[in-house]
Ligand binder design. Structure first.
Ligand code: CTP
Ligand code: MG
Length: 248
């Protein structure tokens, strides 16, 4: 029987790219924050599991700092689906190194989900929603959360210049999901132009494209400072992803 299900002959694959080469300056701990433990596993291991256990993710590129021995990490075994790339000076450099690694192995139309190692509380449903909502989108987009605070725009000298319309303010989360080829080009262009790239969407915006906002859970915090650890522990426990129990 002829295959009439696909006109392109090939469905784009989904890849995950996890930048984990930061030093965690704001956490101020004795090691980079992704190597701190929540329960019996490192934050990095919790984050990786989300993607390695997802049936739609073809492979995961983990971007690690230069002094890290991957064999010494408690990484979840992945049946050959986990790859390593080398970190760079800034997050955007680490992401670009991961994209270059992928470009050798993947198709430029494939999707890449870039997700911070420091966000282990990403709910599985949010990954599923992102894949579902964006899979036929020409550009891609990101998980984001509507702001519950009123946001002030400062004059740069300690005074309010104006108040932003709260209805239109969103906090950018990860994963951010774009086509490999477009993201690789966008990052390189923005970097060469000296444009600040703090997330993938800002590079895509630099190309003149409009990434889609997909509402995600506010539980998906980026562990940044020491006080975030307890909150992350609570969220993981609520999701049933942390062993342990509340004391009586
Ligand atoms: N990251 C990276 N390469 C860098 C800097 C950051 O891969 N040169 C990664 C971090 O490991 C983290 C994610 O990007 O998973 C988000 O960065 P952030 O939360 O800022 O982590 P750090 O840069 O490590 O923390 P800090 O800014 O406090 O030093
Ligand atoms: Mg940083």
């Amino acid at each position: 029987m002829a295959d009439i299900g696909s006109t392109s002959g090939r469905d784009p694959a989904f890849w995950a790219l996890i930048p984990a080469a930061g030093i965690g300056r704001r956490m101020g701990s004795d090691r980079p924050k992704q190597y701190l433990t929540l329960g019996s596993r490192t934050i990095l291991s919790h984050t990786l599991s989300i993607f390695l256990e997802h049936p739609r993710i073809r492979g995961v590129v983990l971007v690690l700092g230069p002094d890290i021995d991957p064999d010494a990490l408690d990484l979840p075994l992945a049946g050959g689906r986990l790859f390593r790339a080398a970190g760079g000076a800034e997050r955007v450099d680490s992401v670009q190194n991961g994209l270059e690694f992928l470009a050798e192995r993947a198709h430029s139309d494939d999707w890449v989900l870039v997700h911070d190692a420091a966000r282990p509380c990403l709910p599985l449903e949010d990954v599923d929603r992102l894949l579902r909502e964006l899979r036929d989108d020409p550009v891609g987009g990101l998980l984001a959360s509507p702001s519950s605070d009123t946001i002030k725009w400062s004059d740069g000298a300690g005074h309010v210049e104006r108040t932003l319309d709260r209805e239109r303010v969103w906090r950018a989360l990860t994963p951010q999901m774009f086509r490999l080829g477009m993201l690789r080009e966008a990052n390189a262009c923005a970097r060469d132009a000296g444009h600040p790239v703090t997330d993938e969407a800002s590079a895509i915006e630099f190309l003149g494209q409009a990434p889609r906002l997909i509402e995600g859970s506010a539980m998906n915090i980026k562990i940044t400072r020491a006080e975030d650890l307890e909150l992350a522990r609570l969220y993981l426990m609520q999701q049933g992803r942390l062993e342990g129990r509340f004391s009586a």
